[in-house]
Ligand binder design. Sequence first.
Ligand SMILES: Nc1nc2c(ncn2[C@@H]2O[C@H](COP(=O)(O)OP(=O)(O)OP(=O)(O)O)[C@@H](O)[C@H]2O)c(=O)[nH]1
Ligand SMILES: [Mg+2]
Length: 334
Amino acid sequence: MKFVDEATITVQSGNGGPGCTSFRRERFVEKGGPDGGDGGDGGNVILRVDQGKRTLLDYRRQKLFKARNGSPGLGKQKHGKNGTDITLDLPAGTLVSDAETGDTIIDLTQVNETFTIAQGGKGGRGNKRFATATNRAPRYSQPGLPGIELKLKLELKLLADVGIVGLPNAGKSTLISRISAARPKIADYPFTTLTPTLGMVDPGFDEPFAVADIPGLIEGAHEGTGLGITFLKHVERTRILVHLIDASGIDPDKPLEPYELINNEMRKYSDTLAVKEQIIVLNKTDLTGTAEQVNHFKTAINREEIHSISAATGDGCDKLVQIIAQKLGQQPVD
Ligand SMILES: Nc1nc2c(ncn2[C@@H]2O[C@H](COP(=O)(O)OP(=O)(O)OP(=O)(O)O)[C@@H](O)[C@H]2O)c(=O)[nH]1
Ligand SMILES: [Mg+2]
């Protein structure tokens, strides 16, 4: 699944502060020697991998990132203050390249990894440094070196944090179009969705997360029946599953049948999938009679957290987004 989040930004490291030309002034000393201090170094621009970041959203909002300039050197050999560095927090997996040449600069993968992308200019030397045996009173000092400016392209291949699984027609595509800007095709026949669609969901209080709408799974999916096997591989890489069930299709005599069918397919496909955390969601609660069907399901499954929504009307969907965001926040990034 290639879903790429992109941003182009400009970074500027700070200029070095100029060195100082100054001479010592003391009482009773007629000609004081040179005492101009060095200028401070310009601040660096540093990239850092932050495990709390999941997207490049911040870098689509702000485009220019500047580190501070170094301060000028001062008399009495005082060194100018170094410019403060600026640190840009990026999600793991961000590929950084030079936007002008297209050359890759670095692939940031390790959490807490840092990389100085633009070194600040060095501060100039004060006149004190230029004093020699033959020139004891130099009247010059160095200017600071300029910082550098770079235009960077940031690219992040998104892995879905959440996969929506379920039988065909459960309403997976309807749900993703309700909670994200993704607009997959929706129709009342099975296998409407042929390839996974990714949508970014913004819970409002935390980083956005990526949800994948997976094509419907059916019996035999693990062996390649239907569209199954191609997509189970992608589901394996998500952190949480939303297991979506059409409540109107629940048979009071065998309420758990559709739920178990999907779980069986996933279990047969891989151990990773079998143990992946699931949020169980019953959909289409706007349809008459579903309240009873939901109850049958709840009684049979004997598990605390069962969520009911109507992807069509939006009922319960905001709450579901909050729950997903909370669960994602509690899990360490692997
Ligand atoms: N009444 C009602 N209908 C819904 C709801 N959610 C989805 N539907 C309908 O159910 C049908 C299937 O919805 P989709 O979102 O295409 O289902 P899907 O799970 O993506 O199906 P596949 O892509 O084929 O696996 C469509 O006709 C939807 O309009 C709901 O909450 N209430
Ligand atoms: Mg679909």
